[in-house]
Write a protein that binds this ligand. Structure first.
Ligand SMILES: C[S@@+](CC[C@H](N)C(=O)[O-])C[C@H]1O[C@@H](n2cnc3c(N)ncnc32)[C@H](O)[C@@H]1O
Length: 272
């Protein structure tokens, strides 16, 4: 641990040691005299070196926490972020009073949002969509891990080639929104995540345009479109929602006070 603490922070060092030694946190405290095997020590050193080079802890241990669940993650999916839990909270609030809602999570990645909603609302039917087959394999492993039956997956680009009879009560998405060339793309940790999950390779708004274009044909009258976006994109996304005929367009801040979510509702009478 002394060696590891010189390379990475204390919590990461402890979590990597637990992972390499396959032991629970309390065992490190209760049995400090137990020696690692040579194989465990070598594995620990490799993990610490990789973490020190910027690889996300979640990829090294193969798991990340989201909305109270431990999800499998791999370099094929974005590591779910705590801010996205605020989007789930908002969705659950909006769905109060809506019985057996039909929900689509577009750009589902590890399935984080879809799984959290399906778990919290066992009466819902949840469809997780991603253009990446590899991401959907991770999402399916998480579905099995949580034992959820009310989720299905579609491999598609946004709304292309799939539909739900009767329409959706909620479309939710945390799409790739970092503009091409943004320095965040090469930042610590982020540079190990899939480019497809981070950026549209353009101005960061392509996914919102695709979502706005699909609401009239996919949302039920009265249904909501809720998204996460970058801290400087709220006005652009709100303008897209308004242009798509959505009403009650409203933004929300994340727990740090940044404008990171925007929602809008399709008119009860069908809207545009
Ligand atoms: C920012 S990640 C979000 C992952 C997950 N929803 C979360 O919040 O942790 C965006 C996801 O959108 C997917 N994606 C990118 N382009 C897409 C497209 N054209 N159609 C569907 N999904 C797409 C990526 O593969 C990635 O899984």
């Amino acid at each position: 641990m002394q060696w590891a603490r010189q390379q990475v922070d204390r919590l990461d060092a402890r979590l990597l040691l637990e992972f390499a030694a396959q032991c629970r946190p309390e065992a490190l405290i209760a049995y400090p005299e137990v020696l690692l095997t040579v194989a465990q020590w070598e594995a620990f050193q490799t993990l610490v070196v990789r973490r020190a080079a910027g690889e996300p802890l979640a990829y090294l241990v193969g798991e990340a926490g989201f909305y109270g669940h431990q999800l499998a993650v791999s370099p094929d999916v974005l590591v779910p972020r705590p801010e996205t839990e605020d989007l789930v909270d908002w969705a659950l609030m909006i769905l109060q009073g809506c019985r057996a809602p039909v929900i689509a999570d577009l750009g589902t990645g590890s399935g984080a949002i879809a799984l959290a909603l399906a778990h919290a609302r066992p009466d819902a039917r949840v469809i997780g969509v991603d253009v990446s087959d590899a991401a959907l394999e991770v999402a399916e492993s998480n579905r099995q891990r949580l034992g959820l039956q009310n989720i299905e997956w579609r491999c598609a680009s946004w709304f292309a080639g799939w539909d739900v009879a009767g329409g959706l009560d909620l479309i939710i998405s945390n799409p790739p929104y970092i503009p091409a060339g943004d320095p965040h793309l090469s930042g610590d940790g982020v540079r190990f995540e899939p480019m497809l999950a981070l950026t549209d390779g353009a101005d960061g708004l392509d996914a919102y345009r695709a979502l706005a274009a699909g609401v009239a044909s996919h949302l039920k009258p009265g249904g909501w479109l809720l998204v996460e976006h970058g801290h400087d994109q709220s006005q652009a996304v709100a303008a897209l929602w308004a242009a798509a005929g959505l009403t009650d367009v409203v933004g929300r801040q994340d727990l740090s006070g940044n404008p990171r979510m925007t929602g809008g509702r399709r008119d009860e009478v069908g809207g545009k």
